[in-house]
Design a protein around this ligand. Sequence first.
Ligand SMILES: Cc1cc2nc3c(=O)[nH]c(=O)nc-3n(C[C@H](O)[C@H](O)[C@H](O)COP(=O)(O)O)c2cc1C
Length: 171
Amino acid sequence: MKGAIFYSSKYGSTAQYASWTAEATGLPVFDAIDGNEDPSNYDFLVLGSPIIYFRLSIRKWLKKHWTEIRQKPILFYSVSGSAAGKKLDNWISKSLPQEAISKMYFVNLMGRQIPEELTLFDGTMLQIAGFFNPDREAGRQESKGFDFMDKSSIEPIVQWVHEIEAKIEVA
Ligand SMILES: Cc1cc2nc3c(=O)[nH]c(=O)nc-3n(C[C@H](O)[C@H](O)[C@H](O)COP(=O)(O)O)c2cc1C
């Protein structure tokens, strides 16, 4: 009985959370987009993805694999600049099939955005978005960047993994 972590990450923060979780749980970790590991080989899954331009970047991978993994216990962690709340829930529900939303267990983590690391396109888009955002605090974050990375925020993921492992052992 085994689980695995699959993530997508554009600038590394979702990957960082994946490797902290791997370290804490002993689960293997795979890049969903660049790798070709098959998620159907595992009994339970931890999936992670950032929100990039109002959508989860892993959404196509998840749709492609959904039929093979839909019966498994799945924890999904999102990584974003926005904190948990209605706005984030709305972006998540627009990225994933309704069935996936109702079956998966969600954890929302806060990420990191370093302006110097962005591609020219992303940097320009975020400067423009930051300038026009009516929510001035969010706008400042978009243009100046932020770092909300927090190793202790993976605790609910680690706990979920331990609970699933205990249940699977009993079954
Ligand atoms: C191009 C770009 C677009 C983003 N769009 C959003 C967004 O729509 N909503 C949000 O809450 N955060 C947004 N963010 C913040 C990211 O979710 C955050 O930086 C995250 O940590 C990135 O994950 P990664 O390092 O794994 O790629 C965006 C960041 C970038 C670079």
